[in-house]
Design a protein around this ligand. Structure first.
Ligand SMILES: [Mn+2]
Length: 650
């Protein structure tokens, strides 16, 4: 496995070389020619020479240790030891063999490989969970992750189901009827994952699971807790912290406190004021006693073997921030969509700074030798992940001046990568999550909180590329211009202190496949029709192939953002280049993927729009002009007196 494998290999190589004593065996015949005295002098010379060499190496090692910029990372001492092994291995190959192998130089307690853990692999018995799952009723509602099926419902039940849906935006009625201890059935992960075993040395670190909740349904919250207790190896689970972000529901007050008391390792922490996810997580992190932190959402179910691969990766690479493969628990049926061999995704972002998923590029997939290998991901969803507690503090935890929720995952993504860490998805670790179509909660100050958070992250981490965001999000541009995003000096200091790289580096090295729009285009904004005072709009979820429409100008960019390029295209380019497209003979104007693919490639005439002096947009392929027709956008014969054909960027 990854780096650790190499390390162990080095150690065994070193040991073999030491035990063979190559130098003392070969010159046997020569030695007989010397008298005892000569032999003594010869040995003395070797001894003195060897001591000198060892001293040199130890000094080199010490200097290396001192220049290490990360004294917090004691785990890294293991890597230094490995390096030392390589150096000594090289030395013995050169013939400078000394009598007996030296133990690796180490400060007390810094080298977990030396004495504290036994060799070999953890066995099944070692990985026993905190609580055994009680016997399952195979015919019970939703058993083994199957969907909940309701029979005939009484009027009271119909009302209960509706109320639950309204309150949670998932089917609480179903959740309340599914066992809190439901098993997810047989292990359907890739065979590489099912067969994966973990070394005892260095030991897997302990973890504190932190779950933030706000008015969560009892059954989803407790099923999350039980699914941890039934799956996480007991010796790795220090505690489960439930952090209440000022819930108002009665069942989450003393009833919850009393209930979790019997579970032993579950504690409830309370945030008395609604401050949101970020401060609640920080509260949990401060109270945590585990060596790593594992953040989960309050409506999850953990699949067998989900925790060990996350922690094993952190042992191997202490700067890795690792997410499980997140699978869907259906919001209506509570069906747990079990892991199967399928195309794996990674996280990305668009220039509105929204998080999204995309398929892993093929060439990158090929580099992964088997399914246990981590997937590097440019961004992460941020709800479910594990991180070394020391590294969480070192890398600047969260921006505590961000409010409530939103943008913190993209902020952490940029920060971790730019400041020397890595974000990964560990496919062998599988956790289900109830994805909802919208949030059931109200936000103090509404959506502008999220935009403010995004402006903070753009200002700190994106250098000039932040302009691409501001052009596409007018509200963000206003917050940035008026500087109402709050004080970011602490975050800039952190960036300086950690010696973080810039956003260009991130784009080139972490996400070279990213689509980066033109920063130099002159005309951009909303395309307003003079006749109707409405704006050209791509409509909801138009990722190409659908007609554009006319809509009230909302002055916030997004679906109304267009850019007029030097190639005379009208681009809508928030996560990929889409172009306003006229198909000869077709009634409606659509957006399609831009035909121009970079330098040297031409523009299809369907996508060339000549902006005339009379503010008409004349299409090259049809020789007709863009025309507003109520809510529709059509092409018709050009007439500079027709206001429905006149457009301005506003
Ligand atoms: Mn959630």
């Amino acid at each position: 496995m990854f780096r650790r494998d190499k390390g162990l290999l080095n150690w065994s190589t070193v040991r073999v070389v030491f035990s063979e004593k190559p130098f003392s065996l070969q010159p046997v015949n020569m030695m007989r020619m010397f008298s005892r005295r000569h032999t003594f002098i010869f040995k003395l010379a070797i001894l003195v020479g060897s001591i000198f060499l060892v001293l040199c190496l130890v000094m080199l090692y010490d200097v290396g240790g001192r220049t290490s910029p990360e004294p917090w990372l004691q785990e890294l001492s293991e890597k230094h030891s490995q390096l030392m092994g390589v150096v000594r291995g090289a030395a013995s190959n050169m013939g400078f063999q000394i009598g007996a192998p030296l133990p690796p130089p180490s400060k007390p307690g810094t080298n977990p490989t030396s004495h504290r853990c036994p060799p070999g692999l953890y066995g099944r018995g070692d990985l026993k969970p905190h609580l055994e799952r009680p016997p399952q009723d195979p015919l019970g509602p939703g058993a083994y992750g199957r969907p909940f099926v309701s029979g005939e419902m009484s009027p009271a039940e119909i009302k209960e189901k509706q109320d639950g849906l309204t309150k949670n935006i998932f089917n609480q009625f179903a959740s309340d009827r599914i066992s809190l201890h439901r098993s997810l059935g047989n292990d359907t992960r890739h065979p590489d994952c099912v067969g994966q075993q973990f070394r005892r040395c260095p030991p897997l670190p302990t973890t504190t699971v932190i779950i933030v909740f706000h008015n969560e349904a009892w059954s989803t919250l407790l099923r999350t807790v039980y699914s941890i207790l039934h799956t996480a190896p007991a010796f790795l689970l220090t505690e489960v912290l439930l952090v209440d972000d000022a819930s108002t529901d009665d069942h989450l007050k003393s009833r919850l406190d009393e209930y979790v008391l019997q579970l032993g390792i579950v504690r409830v922490l309370r945030q008395s004021e609604r401050k949101g996810l970020i401060t609640a997580r920080l509260l949990g992190a401060q109270a945590a006693r585990g060596e790593t932190l594992t953040f989960l959402d309050a409506h999850c179910e953990c699949f067998d073997g989900w925790l060990e691969p996350l922690l094993a990766r952190i042992v191997e690479e202490p700067t890795a921030v690792v997410s499980p493969e997140i699978v869907v628990i259906d919001q209506n049926s509570l069906k747990f969509v079990k892991p199967i061999e399928s195309a794996q995704n990674r996280g990305n972002f668009d220039w509105n700074l929204n998080f999204g998923w995309e398929q892993i590029p093929d060439e990158y997939q090929k580099q992964r030798k088997n399914q246990t290998y981590p997937i590097r991901t440019p961004t992460f969803a941020g709800g479910l992940f594990s991180i070394s507690r020391a590294y969480f503090d070192h890398i600047g935890s969260y921006d505590d001046k961000m409010e409530i929720w939103g943008g913190e995952n993209v902020e952490m993504s940029f920060r971790v990568w730019q400041c020397g860490g890595q974000l990964e998805i560990i496919p062998c670790s599988v956790v289900g999550h109830i994805f909802r179509t919208k949030s059931p909660h109200t936000f103090p100050n509404g959506k502008s909180v999220i935009i403010r958070n995004q402006v903070r992250l753009a200002e700190v981490w994106m250098d000039d590329y932040k302009q691409l965001f501001y052009r596409r999000n007018t509200k963000a541009a206003i917050i940035a211009k008026e500087k109402t995003y709050g004080d970011i000096s602490e975050r800039l200091k952190l960036k300086e202190k950690l010696g973080c790289k810039n956003f260009t580096w991130y784009l080139h090295n972490v996400y070279p496949e990213a689509y980066v729009p033109d920063l130099t285009s002159v005309k951009f904004g909303a395309l307003e029709n003079i006749g109707s005072k409405t704006c050209l709009d791509v409509g909801e979820k138009n990722t190409g192939g659908k007609p554009v429409t006319m809509y009230m100008c909302h002055k916030s960019g997004g679906n109304q953002f267009f850019e007029y390029t030097s190639h005379q295209e009208l681009q809508h380019n928030i996560n990929k280049p889409l172009c306003l497209h006229a198909t000869p003979g077709a009634l409606l104007v659509t957006i399609e993927l831009c035909s121009r693919k970079g330098p040297g490639s031409g523009v299809a005439p369907e996508q060339v729009w000549h902006f005339t002096r009379a503010s008409l947009l004349k299409n090259l392929s049809t020789d007709k002009c863009l025309t507003m027709d109520g809510a529709k956008v059509v092409l018709s014969g050009c007439d500079s007196a027709n206001q429905n054909q006149q457009w301005i960027f506003s």
